[in-house]
Design a binder for this molecule. Structure first.
Ligand SMILES: [Zn+2]
Ligand SMILES: [Zn+2]
Length: 350
């Protein structure tokens, strides 16, 4: 009989239970990680409430993970028991057209920890050989705590989006949504040299918190019409890049309305089902030479870069963690995410 461990298992949407399950074995060619921190995000909350395109049930959730190596397969070199690591969730094949073209997050056989295989809301996480081979396991730089390290994954997703949107020096950027992801977008845009960063949020508590994240201008659509305000603030020229870090049709409209010539609008958050098809003025895109693009997930390269940026204090992630909870309170943590009553929730293990 294998040892048991505590885990948060989603059996069906709405049915998340905290139970003891068999502790996983170290996979051939892979690693076993003793989880120390697993952050929650809107995707976990969405899975809990309604499921997700890439989710296979039942499943131990959790894909923003850091911990220490508990076992290493004898056939695997380069890792040692006791090393502190952060685990990126993507397990791309490394061989398909998309992997070879530098977009492993679009891998045709993509498997994701916490989606297709068991995740980090458990005392132990098995990282299969494919993940190790494709760079999913990064050593935590000295001095970097597991809770901050776990935030490399959400940060890496922002890096992916801003690379695709080509945010560069002198760009004016508007970010819709001041949740954890929108706030990270502000910091990434700053790092990439944006000259003006505007953050737009409707929730009063989030608006209040938004003033500390470093945006040049924080807008409340209840007070100021965002398109008029942003146009006014940019001498009628608009912004070069827009990120929708909220699934809102109104934000899409506003975002399109403030795009400058050759502006790029990135659909960073998924839209709710009922907003999947929305009217867009295509002629406006045509005349402005503007573009509309999507971003989903991140690559191992971006994940390692995110970790380095956090370790080197190029971004501040401490202020993004509002709750640290034990696994027993994972449901309360997901409520915080869902009801937007905090920022990042990190489940901690001792
Ligand atoms: Zn996430
Ligand atoms: Zn692939």
């Amino acid at each position: 009989m294998n040892d048991l461990m505590q885990a948060a298992v989603l059996r069906e949407p709405g049915d998340l239970i905290n139970i003891r399950v068999p502790k996983p074995f170290c996979p051939p060619g892979g690693l076993l990680v003793r989880v120390r921190a697993c952050a929650l995000c809107a995707t976990d909350a969405k899975m809990w409430r309604q499921g997700h395109r890439d989710l296979i049930l039942p499943r131990i959730l959790g894909h923003e993970v850091a911990g220490e190596i508990a076992a290493v397969d004898p056939g695997l070199s380069g890792f040692e028991v006791g090393q502190r690591v952060q685990v990126a969730p993507g397990l791309p094949c490394g061989r398909c057209r998309w992997c070879l073209r530098g977009a492993p997050n679009m891998c045709q056989d993509m498997r994701i920890i916490g989606f297709h295989c068991d995740g980090g809301l458990a005392q132990y996480l098995a990282v299969p050989a494919a993940g190790v081979q494709q760079g999913a396991v990064s050593l935590l730089p000295r001095g970097l705590s597991c809770d901050r390290g776990a935030l490399a994954e959400p940060l890496a997703c922002c890096l992916n989006a801003q690379e695709l949107t080509r945010v560069g020096p002198g760009d004016r950027v508007a970010i819709f949504g001041a949740g954890p992801q929108g706030r990270l977008h502000v910091q990434v845009a700053r790092l990439r040299g944006a000259s003006l960063i505007i953050l737009i949020e409707t929730d009063p508590a989030r608006l209040k918190a938004a003033t500390t994240v470093g945006a040049d201008l924080v807008l409340d659509p209840a007070q100021q019409q965002p398109v008029a305000a942003i146009r006014d603030y940019t001498h009628g020229q608009g912004v070069d890049a827009v990120f929708l870090a909220c699934g809102s049709a109104a934000a899409l409209d506003w975002g399109l309305g403030v795009l400058a010539k050759r502006g790029r609008l990135c659909l960073y958050s998924g839209m709710p089902k009922e907003g999947e098809t929305l009217p867009v003025n295509l002629n406006r895109l045509h005349y402005l030479e503007a573009s509309l693009l999507g971003a989903y997930g991140c690559t191992s390269r971006q994940n390692a870069l995110a970790l380095e940026l956090i370790a080197q204090h190029r971004l501040r992630v401490d202020q993004e963690i509002s709750h640290r909870l034990p696994l027993e309170e994972v449901t309360q943590g997901l409520e915080v995410v869902l009801n937007r009553t905090g920022l990042k929730v990190v489940i901690e293990f001792n």
